[in-house]
Design a protein. Sequence first.
Length: 855
Amino acid sequence: MANKTTIEPNFREFCAGKVAWGSLSVPGQKFEKKPDATFKAVAYDDVTLAAKLWKAPNEKRILLCVHGYGSDGVTDFKALIPGLLENGTSVCTMDLRNHGDSDCGEKAFTMWGVKEKFDVIAVLWELNRAYNGAGRPIYVYGKDLGATAALYSNMRALPGTVKGFILEDPIEEAMVSMPYIFKKTTGRGDHDYNALEDYLNDTYRQDAVSNNSDALWRLVQRPALFLQSMKNDQFPKNWVSDLASAYPKKSTLVSFPEAKLDGCYEADPESFRAAVDTFFAENDGAVYDDEVHIAYPDKTMYELFKMARDRLPGNPAYMFQGASTTFDTMHDHILSIAAAFEAHGVKKGDTVTLCMPNIPQAIETLYALNRIGVTVSLIHPLSAEKEIVHYLTLSESKAILVPDLFYEKVLHATEEIDRDIDIIVARMQDYLNFPLNVGYWAKDGRKFTKFPLKGKGTAWKDYMKAGRGKTASQVPYDEGRTAVILYSGGSTGAPKGILLSDKNFNALALQCAVAIDFDFFRDLRFLAAMPVFHGFGLGVGIHTILVNGGCDVLIPTVNTKSYSEAMQKFHPNLIAGVPTLFKMLIESEYMKDADVSYLMGMFSGGDSIPVPLKRDVDKYLKEHGATIQVREGYGLTETVTASCLTPRTKYKEGSIGVGYPDTTYRIVRPGTEEFLSAGEEGEIAIQGPSVMLGYKDQPEETAKTLVQHSNGEVWLHTGDLGHMDEEDFVYFHQRMKRMIITSGYNVSPAQVEGAINELDYVDYSCVIGVQDDYKMQRIKAFVVLKDGVEGTEELKKQIVDACRASVAGYALPREIEFRSELPKTLVGKVAFHALEEEENAKVAAAKKAAAEGAN
């Protein structure tokens, strides 16, 4: 008799979250399909999945069978298994209906979970670990819902592990096979069966044929055998061929004209067996490219958002101050805002600046302006007045949207520019209903600008009136159009305007959905604390979440209390931020006893996270109920934000991860285009669909960064040193250019030095970043005064105050030291590296002394 092997993977190790893939929980003992039937999600406890695998004496391959929910095809399934066993295929089965062993042949066993819960991913993972390495290819057979579950799970967990898929009736009357339907039924709310015909007519072709943002068909990495019943006329026959042709890898379609739905094997067992045997023979020894490739839609940012709205109109798009706004309502707001801007003369080709925190007016205006073809320039509300003048001038902005708190500063900046710039002033309470608006006004709103505005400027609500009763235009997609301008720190002084396209942002959103390695589901919540004027905050925190159907919890002001309160009130599934944010979180008194088991993903970017801090964060997560670890990524504003990420399943200490799909990382010898081998240090270079169009009005700087190699390929030379290992994991070493990163913000030392050196009593200065446990780097200025000037505490204060006019608040020096001279290099430049080493040595010595004192 055959041996039985029990494999018991721990669910928390493989799923790292609370939501099942491919698992349904239906109320009642027996499921009956009727108009009021509903599917509901299941959340996992800390359970262990037991799997029994039948091992054939001379097995050639492993076949995981996943059949569907409420299907009449169980008899086919039972009849199929013995035939598979005869040709040397070892079979294990998953039953999404919780029938246990009852539906399986005597020589095959069902995998079952605790409390009626199953997970295809965990099983695939364990099968791969146990058998793939032994040269036994793994196939997956799926029937109706099982077909979708099999595809979807492999795509998310182990792209490329499965040799091929056998998909029986992927189009069938249970209407659970379309990508969106699967998402909706497995997590994600109720579904009325009466909507079947309209839904399929409206969405089938864009889901399965047009390769839109539902990524199922675009991302599966292996060939498939489609077995489709054709006797029922519920679906047009060409839909089946459309589905097969939309599949991105080699696929075979076998139709069964006399088979009713779920009855292929019963109708023609010989053809069924022959098709399966041929499929095995063609693919057992095949070798495939395992890289994930994405088909990027020719859509604007607005259009990709609208696709999410069309799929999920009643789902929450964002939450603000405790109030929820659906995708449908948000879309209505977007149309009204777009009409208002057009009514005020803002048109395609213009630029509008958003100087905004994370509040609804910011994100809705972004999509509204994108719809009508207006470029959006985003800047930090804490920018100094001179910086705002620079941003408005460089971007040639026609208008600026600003919160009431910063109105006067923006007003003064516009007065320095010799052309008219409309100022639209938004208030937090504009988007709050009673009694939240009254509560906000009583607490904070009274502190800010009084209305009506004195002088230049229009209140948000008044500005919106111009669009009433009007319909905004919609521009077509243009690959070369600048959709967004973000700004770099500018290593040599003034910040550069980084031109980013619709494709840059849309590619990022689709890449992130794959890289995070689990499904976006209904009501998934992301804590949107990273600011919208930051590539990380806008690209990942807003656009990625929304177009994939998640919900943003908008946090306009981040401090220890506000962030901690939001965590405990909204229980976000995903959070992302800079290392400073996570250090604040784990040290917060408010979070000391918090349960964070709801977290499914925690992502660090904007700066390298020190290994000791990562260990502390991971320890905190484990001790507070989470099953995840913080995952580090890397990127630049020139790629919108992150373009690589630590895999969910593999961490290497010191690494910043592997490149996103369709994004290539290489290491080049600095100043050349020579690619270096694994382990060699050089400049990190990137190719991919999220790479910027260029710098605004700076062709020479663009050419230095987007370097065309002799073979015609263009690579983004990052100015960062690092290396890659043999598995393509990337390791960041240091920046080639002078740049300070404090709390995730890039600060140009040259810009701060320029502000200090303008002072009459200053000879010269040097600004450096000093290691800091909280900010990662704090800003310190060394100042050499002119002869006869005495360095006093009052003078230090004057220097900081003088910097405020041209330097953002986060870039102000927190410490000033007067010296008679500063160390120089051989060519007479200030040796800033020597000052950095000196200060960091002091920090290390202080830490050592503190540790010894504690002992």
